[in-house]
Write a protein that binds this ligand. Structure first.
Ligand code: ACM
Length: 500
């Protein structure tokens, strides 16, 4: 009898443990986090999500606190109250090194997040957010430790709002994705041959005339300075810095059409709605050109809190080389005079400017860079690896292929410091993935080119190269695409993610 009771108890225990096991929380290092953190350490146990009742953040009414509260209410039906020592604690710890380094400690009783900076706390929150979004069992989190920091200090994306205009809400949606994947710069390509997208009060026709057109002949649009400041603030809440670009002296047909005096012959060229490049130039010899550039940079600097203004400088095939250099030499110091550091496409390295500037490498590999002076930061956007407007393959619905096809694996399997070994590698501060918009005009078309590739660029920019591997990434990114689809994103359906 005793034996029978014992065996019933044993069987009962066995069932109990099997049941526990089958619903047991996946371990912390099994989560499909992207970018992959530097170290993840598992511990025994789990934290029931509902035990999180209170939140503490360095400032009670910060954007961070609002984002956390709103997210947990929507995703986990939790209503967190703010408290100085909450169950979910975000705190600044100046003893930690590195501006974006963070630690997350998940215990059975609560979560501790620490960083030396508010920016680091925000990046940590993105990791926690992904743990909740990717959980198989959303009622608990596994215990353990995450410590993490980015490889590169510059993790950027570019959006071309000139070839096709994108509304403020479309750009905000893009910023939301950038934030989740820990990007920290958004470069806005605000002017090109097809349209001028930012209000300049001293030259109003730039937008009343130059803002109206776009590729294909549809109506464009522009941002008032107030709209732009709203975008800057939205990005800044998410620790993303906006870099405005006015492309000069080429890629200027929209400005030349709006103001005939900027042309050497004083005549306005027709509106350009095609996609050819390299035919337009501001008149380098006219004093009015320098007044124009000065006004544009001054007004832009006034509404841009970030450190950089991008002056373009690419594909100036319609500007004689000596004139191009004279022009760049004269405008780079203007950027500095208005308190900003200039940034330019790689052609601008030909300048004699001796101040600090950021060079953005964009040529194909094989097009070896000459004359790169050591000491200026370099951002890598190699077109045959990093351009999201390149087609995935010859069947892709959107995109171009002048720099080749970039499938999901090619987009992931490279490193900013290995693509062009002849560059001064120590000067490389990160990568930027541009999305040019000749072939796309709304969020749906944008998503096709962005996803899955954007997620891979995020990991290249953040995760140490020795921790990155295609096979493991392939499994993780698939989970992200599943989640993105629940958010209404229709990503490009890559055959490479299906193959074993
Ligand atoms: C560029 O792709 N023209 C920078």
């Amino acid at each position: 009898m005793k034996n029978k009771i014992q065996s019933v108890i044993l069987v009962g225990f066995a069932i109990f443990f099997t049941a526990c096991n089958s619903t047991s929380t996946k371990k912390l290092d099994q989560y499909a986090l992207i970018p992959l953190p530097e170290t993840v350490t598992n511990q025994q146990g789990a934290l029931p999500i509902t035990s999180l009742q209170t939140l503490s953040t360095p400032q009670e009414n910060s954007y961070l606190a609002q984002e956390i509260t709103a997210f947990l209410q929507t995703e986990a039906n939790l209503r967190l109250a703010w408290k100085s020592q909450g169950d979910l604690r975000f705190s600044l710890d100046k003893s930690l090194k590195g501006s974006e380094y963070y630690e997350i400690k998940i215990q059975t009783t609560g979560i501790d997040v620490r960083s030396a900076s508010d920016e680091g706390l925000y990046r940590a929150w993105q990791t926690l957010k992904q743990l909740i979004l990717l959980a198989d069992d959303a009622t608990k989190l596994p215990t353990g430790l995450i410590s993490d920091q980015p490889t590169y200090s510059y993790r950027g994306a570019m959006l071309d709002v000139a070839r096709h205009f994108f509304s403020i809400s479309e750009v905000k949606r893009f910023i939301d994705f950038l934030a989740l994947y820990k990007f920290n710069y958004l470069h806005l390509h605000l002017s090109d041959d097809q349209g001028w997208r930012i209000e300049i009060k001293s030259w109003p026709q730039l937008t009343t005339i130059g803002g109206q057109s776009e590729v294909g002949g549809t109506t464009g649009g522009f941002y008032s300075q107030k709209d732009y400041q709203d975008l800057v603030a939205y990005a800044s809440d998410r620790y993303i810095t906006i870099i405005p670009e006015i492309d000069m002296p080429g890629h200027t047909n929209a400005a030349l059409n709006a103001y005939p005096e900027l042309n050497c012959d004083g005549k306005a060229p027709p509106v350009h709605t095609g996609i050819e490049v390299g035919f337009s130039s501001l008149c380098i010899e006219k004093p009015v050109t320098y007044q124009f550039v000065d006004d544009v940079i001054r007004e832009l600097a006034d509404i841009t809190p970030g450190p950089y203004i991008h002056i373009g400088g690419d594909e100036t095939h319609a500007t004689p080389n000596d004139q191009f250099i004279a022009f760049i030499d004269s405008i780079l110091p203007k950027v500095e005079r208005y308190g900003k550091t200039p940034m330019g496409w790689f052609e601008t390295r030909a300048s004699n400017y001796t101040g600090k500037m950021v060079h953005q490498y964009w040529a194909n590999e094989g097009n070896e860079p000459q004359n790169v002076k050591k000491g200026n930061p370099i951002v890598m956007s190699p077109s045959s690896f990093a351009y999201m407007d390149m087609q995935y393959d010859s069947l892709s619905k959107f995109g171009l292929h002048w720099a080749g096809y970039i499938n999901v694996r090619k987009a992931y399997d490279w490193d900013p410091k290995s693509v062009v070994p002849s560059l001064p590698l120590d000067d490389i501060i990160g990568l930027e993935t541009p999305l040019w918009s000749e072939t796309i005009s709304d969020n749906k078309e944008m998503d096709y080119l962005l996803f899955p590739r954007l997620i891979g660029y995020a990991e290249i920019a953040w995760t140490r190269s020795e921790n990155r591997a295609w096979e493991a990434y392939k499994k993780r990114v698939t989970k992200h695409l599943d989640w993105l689809q629940t958010q209404g994103v229709i990503p490009y359906d890559s055959p490479l993610l299906k193959a074993n």
